[in-house]
Design a protein around this ligand. Sequence first.
Ligand SMILES: *Cc1c(COP(=O)(O)O)cnc(C)c1O
Length: 375
Amino acid sequence: MTVAARADSPLMEIDLDRLAGNWQTVRDRYTGAALGAVVKCNAYGLGLEPVVATLSHRGCRQYWTLGYDEACRVRALAPAAEVFVLTGLRGASARDCRTQRLIPVLNDLDEIAQARRAGALTVAIALDTGLGRLGLRPEAVARLAKQGLAPLRVRAWITQPASFSAPEGADGQNLHDRFLDLIAPLPRAARSLAISASVFTCPEHHLDMARVGSALYGVDTSPSLDLPLLPVASLRAPVLQVADLPAGAGIGYDRQFRCPGPMRVATLGIGYAHGLPYALMSRGAVYFGPYRAPVVGGVSMGLIGVDVTGLPVDLAIPGQWAEIFGEHQRLETLAALAGLPANAMLIATATGCGRRYHAARPDQPFASRLSESLP
Ligand SMILES: *Cc1c(COP(=O)(O)O)cnc(C)c1O
């Protein structure tokens, strides 16, 4: 079923062939044993079902999720895959995990003790090597080495780099060696250190398992490198009205912007309710084809104004669309102007806007099943 594009709400288009292409690019670069996909937070907002279907079809057999409910959804979508739950046993009992065949990532000694009391279970264990979030601190790792783990089976030791753009760590920190030293006294299991940027920038970090999110979704977490990733999501917003305003006219609440001269301004149907950052007040631009139209005035709940003075008249009229990000402007560029990491803007807009999926390749399992999902 194809739903006609509405002309009063923004629309995110998600290209599943490009998702598959990025999977292949990462696959080609990764030298370790198992490449896993991070699909936390509804696959970075893009939709768990189409993303898991596409990646499973391409051979992905490991998924990393945040939260028990999400893990159960992935379990149902990918019956043969290993499904890791980064929040461990906080939202599920060991028995729940056993029933659903989920692998909880245990993050502290209490959780490990709780899991051991519940009997045999396959788990992963996270170490905190400097991010200061989830995971066992080095003192706890030393205690763990003494106390043992039976009857748990450890599938993997994992740690999250403290920088997603430069995962090797600042000079002298050598995350790789510190991680291997920490786990040396512990039982042997797969070692997982690599995230998106590590796949491209630190071959040494590849080890046994990678947990890759951003790169699959076409988000470049180390933009200085110009990685061969394809943008997966693009976003557009409809023109609702065009007005010719005189010099001195205000645009937006409390006259957030004042026209320095006569201006033609298009009102677009997108705002912070759709995840567009408020920080784009009179900052950044959208595109009509190759033409740049700067944001003028504030970002309202469901509207923004853009300056279309001098643009070909038939490009910026009701019924036409403005590109927020996509072909002419990268998500990363606009996010940086708003002071946000690209993932933050991707998730907010993907969650706030209707999404439409494209898959041209006939072998894509998703092509004919779902074409649109509302926010
Ligand atoms: C989000 C996350 C990742 C993925 O990071 P990317 O830079 O998006 O590839 C990997 N591991 C853990 C534990 C995460 O929370």
